[in-house]
Design a protein around this ligand. Structure first.
Ligand code: NAP
Length: 524
């Protein structure tokens, strides 16, 4: 019998009504499980997390909660191979793809465990320094941060069922705020399995971690002041949920990580025979094909000097042609399918939109050779490179996110057009700049920063040692302005800010110093 995923709420495993949605293997359409949350009492689930989870977690100090994160990471680490198998089957991941998701999630928990221990036995945080307020020097202000009183609702996209959960939960649990996980239904098998393993390990206080595996239904109807929502997914769903009357009425924080037309820029100083040129091409090809392009940070727009565009097109095409696509279980396969039929169809439609303004110079076929699978029964999309010769006059190449192995190459003529093209993305999660020119490096870093949450600046000294354009490191902030959602996650201890209330305490300085003595300084 096919597995029916249960939801974990109110300290119990609960089945949704009806059959639920099918979770499939995108290589061949095989049904792996069903997931549903129909009829689950979401109001009661949130109330239990607020009551039991919060009191259990907030009875502990930051150091003790950091220890919980470490123990969680250990349990997950022990079951890592099982998670890889699920990632192969339900997400069509290759081993590298699965590592980014599974190990990326576990690594983020471990990182926050280490960072959390630096906060020791404190129960709240305070900002460094005090601010004088009046003629009397004794009357000053101290800003303190206390954990939120509600629950953190973490709504995630289908492409990172592990990392998406843990990159949010690490900061939330460290802050003492219980987690209510709402993974995307299509890949909730991995998220649910990880949470089940942790529930069985009995590490966390009751109510610290809940999950629903099916649709979100009326979840937003039950949010309360003191809760926080962190959403990752499409701009359309973000818009619908953050304008929900209950979200507006309660004034809760609502963090959005949405879609993004991330760019990679080859600077004019990089000649086509230089090692940096090769490194640029390699990085772009890797970004297009890792996780079959289903990364919110993946490179979608490739900006190159007009004089080099033919060379970049040839080099990229040669690399993409060598990418073996097929069943990740088959030897030598470097890129798997998209997650399901709906995403495959959306990618094809997106390619059609882009091709109204750009010429397909590689890929774009719906029939192509796959290894160890069948192109008709699997959700494969061929890596597709487009070229738009007049990007300054184009629109759709700058606003259409094709969530697959698809990118558009475009020439620029001068620095002014670089800055303009970058801004046409409307705000992005990540951008990369490849240059050895120190002057350009400085101008690009400062000018492009306004449009990006993160910039990877690559010269020959770091081209072999950087962490990659698309990898969100826990030390660095993740999020972007404008259409990327305007949110911010991670960034080391900066990521704790959203789970705390900052309050100005105005009082006698000696009282303030007594407060400070009970905690540690925190800058965000
Ligand atoms: P989506 O369709 O917008 O769904 C995102 C999440 O919202 C899913 O968990 C979905 O659940 C949930 N949802 C929908 N209606 C809801 C409701 N009424 N209440 C509560 N939750 C609800 O996005 P997706 O197709 O999964 O992901 C692809 C998109 O995510 C792309 O645009 C990509 O750029 C973006 N993304 C962004 C980032 C980032 O960090 N910025 C990372 C990854 C992906 P169901 O699955 O049950 O519908």
């Amino acid at each position: 019998m096919t597995l029916k995923l249960q939801n974990y709420i109110c300290g119990d495993w609960v089945e949704g009504q009806g059959q639920g949605a099918a979770l499939t293997n995108p290589v061949n359409g095989e049904v792996l499980a069903y997931a549903g949350s129909e009829g689950v009492d979401l109001g009661a689930a949130l109330a239990y997390a607020r009551d039991q989870g919060r009191s259990g977690l907030q009875a502990l100090n930051y150091g003790e909660r950091a220890q919980l994160l470490e123990s969680m990471a250990q349990v997950l680490q022990e079951n890592r191979e099982k998670y890889y198998q699920i990632a192969y089957q339900n997400s069509g991941n290759t081993k590298v793809d699965a590592a980014i998701d599974v190990d990326g999630g576990i690594g983020t928990l471990k990182y926050y465990a280490v960072m959390g221990k630096t906060l020791g036995d404190a129960h709240f945080l305070c900002e460094p320094g005090t601010d004088r307020l009046a003629k009397d020097k004794a009357f000053q202000a101290l800003h303190i941060l206390t954990p939120l009183t509600g629950v953190a609702i973490h709504i995630n996209a289908f492409n990172f069922p592990s990392w998406g959960l843990w990159e949010k939960a690490a900061g939330s649990l460290l802050a003492g705020v219980p987690v209510f996980a709402k993974p995307a239904t299509a890949t909730s098998l991995l998220t649910q399995t990880m949470i089940r393993d942790l529930v069985n390990a009995d590490i966390l206080p009751n109510g610290s971690l809940s999950i629903i595996c099916g649709g979100g239904h009326d979840l937003m109807d039950y949010v309360q002041t003191g809760d926080v929502v962190l959403f990752t997914g499409s701009a359309d769903t973000a818009q619908k949920l953050r304008t929900h009357p209950r979200v507006i009425e309660t004034g809760i924080r609502f963090n959005v990580e949405a879609d993004s037309l991330n760019m990679a820029l080859l600077a004019e100083d990089v000649t086509t025979d230089s090692p940096l040129f090769e490194a640029f091409v390699k990085e772009v090809a890797k970004e297009m094909t890792t996780k079959a392009g289903q990364k919110c940070t993946a490179i979608r727009r490739i900006l190159v000097p007009a004089a080099s565009i033919d060379a970049v097109a040839d080099a990229l095409t040669a690399r993409l042609a060598k990418t073996v696509i097929g069943d990740p279980a088959s030897d030598g396969v470097r890129m798997g399918p998209l997650v399901n039929r709906a995403q495959q169809q959306a990618a094809w439609e997106g390619i059609d939109i882009l091709s109204r303004e750009a010429e397909i110079i590689f890929g774009g076929d719906r029939q192509f050779a796959v290894q160890g699978g069948d192109v008709d029964s699997g959700c494969f999309v061929q890596p597709t490179l487009l070229r738009c010769n007049k990007p300054m006059n184009a629109e759709r190449i700058h606003d259409t996110e094709v969530f697959g192995p698809v990118a558009t190459l475009m020439p620029y003529s001068d620095e002014a057009s670089i800055w303009a093209l970058a801004s046409f993305g409307g705000g992005s999660l990540a951008g990369s700049v490849f240059t050895n020119d120190e002057g350009f490096f400085a101008r690009a870093a400062v000018t492009l920063a306004a449009h990006h949450g993160r910039l990877l600046m690559v010269d020959e000294t770091v081209m072999n040692g950087h962490t990659g354009h698309g990898i969100a490191m826990p030390q660095c902030v993740h999020g972007g302005p404008g259409r990327a959602g305007g949110g911010e996650e991670l960034g080391g201890l900066r990521g704790l800010r959203i789970y705390h209330q900052r309050t100005a305490i105005q009082a006698n300085i000696s009282q303030l110093e007594n407060l400070r003595a009970a905690t540690v300084d925190f800058s965000s």
